[in-house]
Design a protein around this ligand. Structure first.
Ligand SMILES: [Zn+2]
Length: 215
């Protein structure tokens, strides 16, 4: 999809397509085709990371193929036939940055409502309904708040199988992380509740489930 930077005055100035920014360092977004840009501030251990400024897709792989991104999204399919994903464009992801618990998965893509819509349109599907999942969103915001103070990430949700646990490298760090997790459990919940409720009200909840039309 082409977007053009247009000159307002005078009108005869040449227009510059954003695609001009495409290159080995800025491959096209698998969802919308705009150039991807380096995604900084991620936790240690994340190797290649880019994000799309247009649709918000987070990419931890440089295959650049729409089919790969769709295959990754299809792994989110639930038993009921709908799809669940953590929202990279959520208020909680913005607030917690590199501590956002949604980063800690083994998946190569981090989705947003916009990128999901664009991706599935590639195979002639549309999102027919989208439901905010406040419980899952509050849980991920709660864990993200704790992640801001621990060496490892997702220690509590990971233990319960609700996220991918990324333990700290050193033994003393893991001991300290366990202590911090207990101490911050309640305070983090007090922040998680209002932040996720505001995020959901703004359409920027942490977790969504979507249904697609059947092909
Ligand atoms: Zn994009």
């Amino acid at each position: 999809m082409a977007h053009y930077a247009t000159a307002s005055m005078p009108s005869n100035l040449p227009t510059v397509p954003l695609e001009a920014g495409l290159g080995p360092e800025n491959p096209p977004c698998p969802a919308c085709g705009e150039p991807l840009f380096p995604w900084v501030g991620l936790p240690v251990g994340t190797l290649v990371a880019h994000r799309c400024e247009a649709c918000g897709l987070g990419v931890l792989s440089l295959s650049g193929k729409t089919s790969d991104a769709l295959a990754d999204f299809d792994r989110s399919r639930q038993a009921q036939g709908d799809y669940a994903y953590l929202n990279r464009a959520s208020l909680q992801a913005t607030i917690t940055g590199g501590a956002w618990s949604g980063l800690g998965t083994d998946r190569a893509y981090r989705f947003t409502p916009d990128s999901v819509q664009r991706l599935v349109s590639d195979r002639d599907q549309i999102v027919t309904s989208r439901r905010w999942m406040p419980g899952a969103g509050i849980a991920s915001m709660w864990q993200s708040g704790i992640n801001m103070f621990t060496f490892g990430h997702n220690l509590a949700l990971g233990r319960w199988g609700k996220a991918t646990k990324i333990p700290a490298r050193k033994g003393w760090q893991r001991t300290l992380d366990a202590f911090i997790t207990v101490v911050l459990a309640l305070p983090s919940l007090l922040f998680a509740l209002p932040i996720e409720l505001i995020g959901g009200a703004l359409g920027r909840g942490g977790s969504y489930r979507v249904e697609l039309n059947v092909l």
